[in-house]
Ligand binder design. Structure first.
Ligand code: ZN
Ligand code: ZN
Length: 328
C-alpha cells in the first residue's frame, strides 16, 4: 500500500488526478477543507457575524458543505433549509428525518418547507398541468425556480445574510459552458462570486465548494461515513437536458487532461469579474409586479409568476410568514 505524499506516514486512500498526489484520509480531508476555506476567503463570501443558510437536499454535496462550514464557522450562525419539491418517489419521509438528524447533530438549526405549501402547487402538480396544456417546459425549470424562490424567502424572512449552496466544480464548469453555448454574457457575469447585489430582496448566494470536484465531495462523504440514499430525480431520465450532454463532454476532456475543469473556472473568474464592467453595464434586478420578489433585469413578471400564470391562470402568494424553526 503506497504512503500518503503529504504526511508520508499513513496509507494513501485517494489518488487526486489533478495534482497527481496520493493522499491519506486525514490529508485529503484537510485539503478539501483548506481549499473551501481559501475560496470563501478569496471572495469574502462570509463576513464576520454573518448568518448563513445552507440549502440541504440530503445529497452528498450538501452534507459535505454542512460538514465543512460547521468546522470552520460558528454552528449557531448557520442554518439549514430543506425544500420538499413534491415529486412522487423522490421526497421520502425517512430521508427528511435523516437530513434533520445530520443537521441537528452539528448544532445547526433546520427549516423544512414545501413548494406546494408556499406556492400552491407541487412540482408534480405543475408538471401534470404543463403536460395537459401542451407546454414544452422542462420539470427542472419549475423545480429550480421554485426551489430558489423558496430558499430566498426563508433566508429573508428569518434574517439570514447569505445563502450557501452546494454547487461543486462540475456543476459550475457545466454552467459556464452552457452559458457560453447560449451566448448569454449577462448570465456569465451574474454567476461570478463578485457579482454585485442586484436587489435588497435577494439574499446573496455563495458557493463555497465551487472549486471542489464532484468525485471529491463523493469521496469525502463516503470516507466521513455518510451514506445518503441518493435517489435520482425521476424526471431526469424523461427529459435529458443540454446539461447532461455538456457534462459528458467535459468528463471526456477531464479524463484525458486532468485539471481542465479547474483551469476553466480559474479562467472564468479572471475574465467574467463584474468589477471590470462599466457602471452603465452593471446588473440591476427588477421587482415582480405580482409577488414583489426580485427578478431578472428588465422583466416585470418573475419567471415563477409567469410559469404559474401559464399553468393556473393566477398566482399563489406565499401564504404564511416564516417563524424561526418553522417546519411544514
Ligand atoms: Zn497524509
Ligand atoms: Zn413574481
Amino acid at each position: 500500500m503506497p504512503k500518503c505524499d503529504i504526511c508520508r506516514a499513513r496509507d494513501a486512500a485517494v489518488l487526486q488526478a489533478h495534482t497527481g498526489l496520493r493522499l491519506c484520509k486525514a490529508c485529503f480531508f484537510s485539503d478539501i477543507v483548506a481549499r473551501t476555506a481559501r475560496e470563501i476567503f478569496r471572495y469574502n463570501m462570509i463576513r464576520y457575524g454573518d448568518k448563513v443558510l445552507i440549502g440541504v437536499s440530503g445529497g452528498k454535496d450538501s452534507f459535505v458543505l454542512l460538514n465543512i462550514l460547521s468546522q470552520i464557522y460558528e454552528p449557531s450562525k448557520l442554518g439549514g433549509v430543506t425544500v420538499i419539491e413534491g415529486i412522487e418517489g423522490y421526497n421520502r419521509a425517512e430521508h427528511i428525518d435523516e437530513i434533520r438528524r445530520a443537521v441537528r447533530e452539528r448544532g445547526v438549526e433546520i427549516h423544512i418547507v414545501s413548494i406546494k405549501d408556499l406556492w400552491g402547487a407541487s412540482v408534480d402538480d405543475m408538471v401534470r398541468l404543463s403536460i395537459e396544456k401542451g407546454q414544452r417546459i422542462s420539470p427542472c425549470t419549475y423545480c429550480g425556480i421554485h426551489r430558489r424562490k423558496s430558499i430566498n424567502l426563508v433566508a429573508r424572512e428569518l434574517g439570514y445574510d447569505k445563502v450557501a449552496t452546494a454547487h461543486n466544480l462540475d456543476d459550475e464548469a457545466q454552467t459556464i459552458i452552457i452559458n457560453i453555448l447560449r451566448g448569454d454574457t449577462a448570465r456569465l457575469y451574474m454567476n461570478h462570486p463578485l457579482r454585485p447585489k442586484g436587489s435588497e430582496l435577494f439574499i446573496d448566494r455563495i458557493k463555497p465548494l465551487r472549486k471542489i470536484y464532484e468525485w471529491e465531495t463523493a469521496k469525502y462523504a463516503y470516507l466521513a461515513g455518510y451514506r445518503p440514499q441518493e435517489v435520482e430525480c425521476p424526471y431526469l431520465e424523461l427529459f435529458p437536458s443540454l446539461r447532461v450532454r455538456v457534462r459528458d463532454m467535459i468528463y471526456r476532456i477531464e479524463a484525458s487532461r486532468p485539471g481542465s475543469m479547474l483551469r476553466l473556472l480559474e479562467w472564468f473568474d479572471r475574465v467574467f469579474d463584474p468589477s471590470r464592467l462599466r457602471a452603465s453595464e452593471s446588473i440591476k434586478l427588477s421587482t415582480c409586479i405580482i409577488c414583489g420578489e426580485p427578478t431578472s433585469p428588465g422583466r416585470t413578471l418573475c419567471k415563477s409568476c409567469e410559469l404559474q400564470i401559464g399553468l393556473l391562470g393566477k398566482v399563489e402568494i406565499a401564504k404564511r410568514t416564516m417563524k424561526r424553526g418553522h417546519s411544514i
